[in-house]
Design a binder for this molecule. Structure first.
Ligand code: PLP
Ligand code: CA
Length: 306
């Protein structure tokens, strides 16, 4: 296809693009749903893509759910999805620790119960999930009790994040050879009405600042999530499309992995954001320019129904 970058996808171009791919990777929040509400037409698009023989996968930076929780949410919203097709950062982080880091030992987890479940599913034990209950007395902060089996600190979304957790993470990371892994760096989670709340990137930055070292992250735009999908399902990069609502995570992941990229305008980023990246002289920013954009993934429907 000879269209220039960042062009509106419509008319016959939709069918041409879909014919040129075998697999489609969808980001979740802002693409197939917003919070708990499905994007209108999204379930039909996903189900029809599958009926048309496409492989469909979901890649989300949200670490608060297991694969099973995502599959359950999707089926409630009318999507025909199997657990194995969902790649969330809770699952991918556990896979990364097991297969890439070959971690022997426990994790100090600053994260959700879903992360605990995914770690345990690959045989990794953790300590730290839930509120840190050591408080209320004058503490010797630098000599808090530590678990000698901990060999990695992992940071994901944690609603119980606290000074004590940050301190404990620092004490573990001060030990030689302790690994440091984060799920993702999304700084803000957008809500309806233009509001936002702090994302995992804020918690990770706090721990990095305390520990004076940088974590490895598994989430988008890091290629690891695509590697997980590709290694399990044999995806061909040049016949794969990444669909997302964020230029700095989804579209950059697609560019980093040599995929075709489609921005949907139902979430965070705008066409103006993409054009600003395109006009800049910075090579990294060019990776954030999508090949195409649509108002909503529902714009793919006519080509699938025809
Ligand atoms: N992290 C958390 C904790 C979230 O709640 C969300 C969205 O709800 C995200 C990340 C972003 O998720 P996605 O990659 O599906 O847009
Ligand atoms: Ca998103």
């Amino acid at each position: 296809m000879s269209a220039s970058k960042c062009s509106r996808l419509s008319g016959t171009l939709v069918k041409q693009l879909l014919d040129s791919v075998d697999s489609v990777l969808f980001d979740c929040d802002g693409v197939i749903w917003r919070g708990d509400q499905a994007v209108p037409g999204a379930s039909q698009v996903i189900n029809l893509l599958k009926e048309n023989g496409k492989k469909v996968f979901f890649v989300t930076n949200n670490s608060t759910k297991t694969r099973k929780m995502y599959a359950d949410k999707m089926s409630k919203l009318g999507f025909n999805v199997k657990e194995e097709e969902v790649f969330g950062t809770a699952y991918c982080c556990a896979t990364y620790l097991k297969t890439v880091c070959k971690l022997e030992g426990k994790v100090y987890l600053v994260g959700s119960d879903a992360m605990r479940q995914e770690l345990e599913a690959v045989g990794i034990q953790q300590t730290g999930v839930g509120p840190d209950l050591v408080f209320g007395k004058q503490l010797d902060w630098a000599n808090v009790p530590l678990d000698a089996d901990v060999k990695a600190v992992v940071v994901g979304f944690d609603e119980h994040f606290s000074y004590m957790k940050m301190n404990r993470a620092l004490q573990y990371l001060s030990q030689p050879g302790c690994l440091f892994v984060g799920t993702n760096r999304d700084t803000r989670l957008p809500l309806e009405g233009g509001k936002a709340v702090p994302g995992t990137g804020c918690l990770l930055k706090a721990v990095e600042t305390a520990a004076q070292c940088e974590a490895q992250t598994v989430g988008k735009p890091n290629h690891f999530m695509f590697d997980c999908v590709a290694s399990q399902f044999g995806v061909e990069r040049d016949r794969c499309l990444m669909v997302g609502d964020r230029l700095d995570t989804d579209i950059l992941l697609g560019s980093n992995c040599g995929l075709k990229t489609l921005l949907t305008l139902t979430g965070v980023s705008t066409v103006a954001d993409a054009e600003a990246h395109q006009k800049s002289g910075c090579a990294e920013r060019h990776g954030m320019v999508p090949d195409y954009y649509v108002d909503s993934i529902a714009d793919l429907l006519p080509a699938l129904q025809g």
